[in-house]
Design a protein around this ligand. Sequence first.
Ligand SMILES: [Zn+2]
Length: 257
Amino acid sequence: MRKRVNQPTGWKGASGTKVHYHLYEHDYDYYPESWTDEEGRDFREGYYDENGNYYANILADGATTMLKCEYCGNRILYTMKEGDLPSCDKCGSQFDIQIKDKVADDKRQSKSKIIDNIYMFIGLGAVLFYICMFVGVCVFMISGAAKAFNEKKEESSQTVYVEEILRNCSLDGEDWYDPVTETWFWFNDEEQPYQWQYWVEGISSDYGDYGWMEYDPDESAWYIETSDGVWTLLPDKYDASSLWHMNDEYTNQFEED
Ligand SMILES: [Zn+2]
């Protein structure tokens, strides 16, 4: 907006609103009727620019202005077209136009250059967008494949095939678990001699916090931990024939590569 000086005074706007035009050569206030201010100064219907210059009619590039016929007083709203001289639709006279406010040709060019640049920018944006989408999809697919691979790897490392019972067993927490015989088992490599230990539902569960069992292949006998560090022969009341154990008690075949 240009700084306004020498402006009309005392406008009351009884019959309409003052309209402001911010155009290429000037800024204009349009007053829809004539009036007299309190000190008796007369002002006329029409346009006053930022310097207080008066125009009865203006044409504006890309804007609609009110035009008034100086012969019959008819008013029309008119949007400027190149090479077109507006005439009154009541009496046929040509409107008296004081100024055609339009973009200077060099500015119009730079304006269209700016628009070209904007389109180029949008075009580049679109290209970048598609590249990002493509890369994103690739990364997504690769990470998905990697995840699936890892899951599979993890899955295979958490399942073992136990020859003695001819089936797969999975990790349940720290221990392997066979759901058919309700047996948890692990290779105890914390105390010598390293060997397999078994916790069997229905037997071990009778011993509260203890109840881990070991099989002694030399004696062909089962031992059970009945309290801390106390290992006793498995009592006869338990059916030992229902138990299974590793063929080699002292080898952890699941950790061999
Ligand atoms: Zn007219």
